[in-house]
Ligand binder design. Structure first.
Ligand code: GDD
Ligand code: MN
Length: 389
């Protein structure tokens, strides 16, 4: 029996069988892709009792409304609409935790993943030989030609290599967004997954305690049907931060590492501003002799303010991206608090390093001690005082 469109009778018939499989579809602005996707799922999963769960982050294009319209005709489609949240991984986790089906899959809703792979992936898990099936873009028999994005193929290859090195997960495509596993495995460890960015499969593989038996399926990664990709610079940044966190995060906390790195770049900004100022107004620091306030002091002050401002905005955008201050007044207030914090840090820096030098320690280790101490102080205080709640 081949119906052109899933209808209620068919859905009710399928529902008479206990639910076997849930397909989680994270969506952001995929309105135009949904109708045909449900048709393709229906065609691919004949004889399987399935449900699909759209997890939509309140897309401005009205994806959730469209999903609800379809759902009224075909209740196998369910809808979770999240408000004030964004993220592929966290949407996938919530979707996977929202089903009673014993097996759950995640796939993109933009037709880049072929639903025809689903029955084979399900059979592998049902056989009891495998815990997880996934579709790889980079194993033998796979292809990314139709994707037509050589830049992304390269970037993805690099991301996969990096991910394999850091996590020890040895798959050809741990960044794939198309996979299936027994739901109880996911539920047992869902609270330990990071939920950040796009790397949900990698997270599952790197988090689950007992090693999973994985079956790989070659994928013909298609071109996106409608709309555009949501993988932007923020997602890439979050990916790198996540890898760092797994790699060294326990020794030097990720936020502190970011704060320190930005601080180091701030030193470069400081030197550049000071150099430019002296070149324009002062020659080579003549103010040091005789005059109380010369070109050097003025330049040094301006450079310090510039570097501090640079650090404030960069930390606000990156280190504290999740607690970012926005709007003119909160930004100005945050900047003033940051300046206050840093000035105390600077005083302590100069104080401690001077005392060390006084007691005969060489200038460089003394200065370094002062800098490290001030950084820890600035970090600890500003995380509470500037970006704390
Ligand atoms: N709920 C929700 N929230 N869904 C999202 C979000 C979000 O913030 N961002 C993306 N999605 C959905 C999209 O609507 C789509 O259905 C799916 O997640 C994949 O997103 P794309 O934006 O199409 O990603 P891509 O095609 O560029 O990236 C592909 O490669 C990545 C790794 O290289 C996908 O296959 C990803 O799954 C994969 O991680
Ligand atoms: Mn896509």
């Amino acid at each position: 029996m081949n119906m052109p469109r899933p209808d209620l009778a068919q859905a009710v018939h399928a529902a008479a069988k206990p639910l076997e499989l849930a397909i989680v579809l994270p969506t952001f602005n995929e309105r135009k892709n949904l109708e045909t996707l449900v048709e393709r799922l229906d065609a691919a999963l004949q004889g399987v009792a399935w449900e699909a769960i759209v997890v939509d982050d309140n897309s401005p294009d009205g994806t959730a409304d469209t999903a609800r319209d379809i759902s009224l005709r075909d209740p196998r489609l369910r809808v979770i609409q999240r408000i004030g949240r964004r993220g592929l991984s966290s949407a996938a986790i919530e979707g996977m935790c929202a089903t009673a089906a014993p097996v759950v899959a995640v796939m993109d809703a933009d037709h880049q993943h072929d639903p025809k792979l689903l029955p084979g992936m399900l059979a592998a898990i049902k056989s009891g030989e495998y815990d997880l099936s996934y579709a790889s873009r980079f194993c033998e028999g796979a292809s990314t030609e139709a994707w037509n994005r050589p830049d992304r193929v390269k970037a993805s290859g690099f991301a996969n290599k990096l991910a394999r090195k850091v996590t020890g997960v040895q798959l050809s495509d741990p960044m794939s967004g198309f996979f299936m596993l027994r739901t109880e495995i996911l539920r047992a460890d869902a609270h330990r997954l990071s939920g950040v960015g796009f790397k949900i499969l990698l997270d599952i593989l790197a988090t689950v305690e007992t090693p999973l038996r994985v079956k790989e399926f070659p994928l013909d990664f298609a071109a996106r049907a409608e709309g555009e990709s949501k993988l932007d610079r923020t997602v890439v940044f979050e990916f790198l931060v996540g890898l760092y966190d797994k790699w060294l995060g326990r020794i030097i906390p990720t936020r502190f590492a970011l704060f320190g790195t930005i601080g180091a770049v701030g030193v470069v900004v400081h030197m550049a501003v000071l150099g430019a100022f002296l070149a324009l107004f002062g020659g080579s620091a003549p103010g040091l002799k005789g005059q109380l306030v010369g070109a050097f002091e003025v330049g040094q002050t301006i450079a310090a303010i510039c570097a501090m401002t640079f650090n404030f905005f960069l930390n606000n955008a990156l280190t504290y991206a999740d607690k970012r201050l926005t709007g003119f007044v909160p930004l100005m207030r945050g900047w003033a608090k940051f300046a206050l914090t840093c000035s105390v840090g600077l005083t302590a820096n100069v104080g401690v390093s001077s005392v060390l030098v006084h007691y005969g320690i060489h200038e460089f280790p003394a200065a370094l001690t002062g800098v490290i101490m001030a950084s820890v102080w600035n970090f600890a205080l500003s995380s509470k005082f500037v970006w704390g709640k």
